[in-house]
Design a protein around this ligand. Structure first.
Ligand code: IPE
Ligand code: IPE
Ligand code: MG
Length: 254
């Protein structure tokens, strides 16, 4: 069933806002923003224009999450597998990323949003690495939305690196193997200190996780929808939250 169609129907954005229980907002929303290429294909325009539109959507959704009081938003912007794409597309994505970061101080930083990158940034172009360091520092004292951008992120490599770091710490006597709990393991991931997502949204009609937050999503509510990322709107986000609030999270209990 198409959840978004069901809720949006004839409801205005204000109607949807009124249907939300603001005391029970998901603390952490994760989004696999997918479908930029197909959005462009439908319009017979280059894929890069789909990514450009997708970047605009991202900024809009980030601002909206901040406005309604979401504490954490994690978006999957570039996976460790996305390097397989043609060089022109990777270059175009890097260029867009640079523009997004350049515009951050102007548009998002002033709104009290704090930015944090998840992933191995050492493989990214140097100008982008510098930009990331600057933007993270610039926004580090902000207390509004925590925006985590997964860049050159892969969940398996994240866990593998955690295992290697733990092995080193055991060898150096910094930690004892009996002490390794789920909490300790989590501290070795990029997401250290960030609560697990309450809600995961994937756009574009694909029913898979594509190597995103495999550990962290253990008990997350999942929502898949056909909408292509550039078409995602505030109404879609509100509908997702309404749907989330109707669910009964049991965490293995009754
Ligand atoms: C998502 O859109 C953006 C990134 C992966 C960077 P896609 O580029 O995957 O769009 P589709 O899946 O080809 O439509
Ligand atoms: C997942 O989308 C990665 C990002 C959204 C950055 P993909 O489009 O790369 O995933 P697959 O290839 O369809 O699994
Ligand atoms: Mg895709």
């Amino acid at each position: 069933m198409n959840i978004f169609k069901k809720f949006i129907g004839s409801n205005s954005i204000e109607d949807l806002k009124n249907k939300i229980d603001y005391k029970r907002l998901p603390v952490h929303i994760a989004i696999i923003l997918d479908g930029n290429g197909r959005w462009a294909k439908k319009r017979r325009i280059p894929r890069n224009l789909g990514h450009r539109e997708g970047a605009k959507t991202l900024e809009k959704v980030v601002l909206f999450c901040n406005e309604i009081g979401i504490k954490y938003l994690t978006v999957y912007a570039f996976s460790t597998e996305n390097w397989k794409r043609p060089k022109e597309e990777v270059d175009a994505l890097m260029k867009l990323l640079k523009e997004f970061l350049d515009g951050f101080q102007e548009h998002l930083g002033k709104k009290n949003i704090k930015i944090n990158i998840l992933g191995d940034i050492r493989a990214l172009p140097h100008d982008i690495q510098n930009e990331i360091i600057m933007v993270e520092k610039f926004s580090s004292k902000n207390s509004g939305l925590n925006l985590n951008i997964a860049l050159n992120y892969g969940s398996r490599i994240e866990m593998l690196n955690a295992v290697k770091d733990i092995a080193v710490d055991i060898r150096n006597g910094r930690i004892n193997e009996d002490e390794i709990t789920e909490e300790i393991f989590s501290d070795y991931l990029y997401t250290k200190g960030i609560p697990d997502p309450d809600l995961l949204i994937r756009t574009s009609g694909e029913y898979r996780l594509s190597n995103f937050l495999l550990w962290q999503l253990a008990y997350t509510e999942l929502l898949f929808d056909k909408v292509l990322w550039p078409d995602f709107s505030e109404e879609h986000l509100l509908s997702a939250i309404i749907d989330y609030q109707k669910r009964n999270r049991r965490f293995g209990g009754i």
